[in-house]
Design a protein. Structure first.
Length: 147
């Protein structure tokens, strides 16, 4: 698994994408940190397959800088999610370009893979494979893949 992460990071560096551009969500200790920037929002929640898409379960807290955040413990695996702004507006994560067709084929969700080692990978496939499992990922983020 470590070789896959190393290969992915090498491809990111060689492609000219700054690693910080791929930093959403992030790992904090043994949990995942979700962040969303909207200083005018009254509330922000994260919904996903990890909480039954509940708008009430995982509310983010607003910081003084207007950035909303939540740290949540998740199991390893692939996770689809969206942000819900002011209880109504569903938005994909603007800092995570990896998306996947949602379960009812009516749109797309943000997606990431949390590895057994506790690292975030923004693709559902190992970087050496050409398969993207239905994910829409910019070609420069898929090592060894040209679209």
């Amino acid at each position: 698994m470590l070789w896959m992460r190393s290969l992915f990071l090498l491809a990111v560096i060689l492609s000219g994408i700054a690693p910080t551009a791929l930093s959403q969500p992030t790992v904090v200790r043994d949990s995942v940190c979700f962040t969303f920037s909207d200083p005018t929002a009254r509330s922000v929640a994260v919904v996903g397959d990890f909480n039954g898409w509940s708008k009430d379960e995982d509310l983010l807290k607003k910081g003084e800088d207007g950035r909303w955040s939540l740290i949540k413990k998740l199991e390893a695996g692939s996770h689809q999610y969206k942000f819900v702004v002011d209880g109504e507006q569903y938005e994909n994560d603007p800092h995570n370009q990896a998306t996947i067709t949602n379960y009812n084929n009516s749109g797309e969700n943000s997606v990431f893979l949390l590895s057994e080692e506790g690292t975030i990978v923004l693709t559902a496939a190992p970087p050496t494979r050409a398969r993207t499992f239905g994910m829409s990922i910019p070609p420069q983020q898929i090592p060894g893949r040209s679209i």
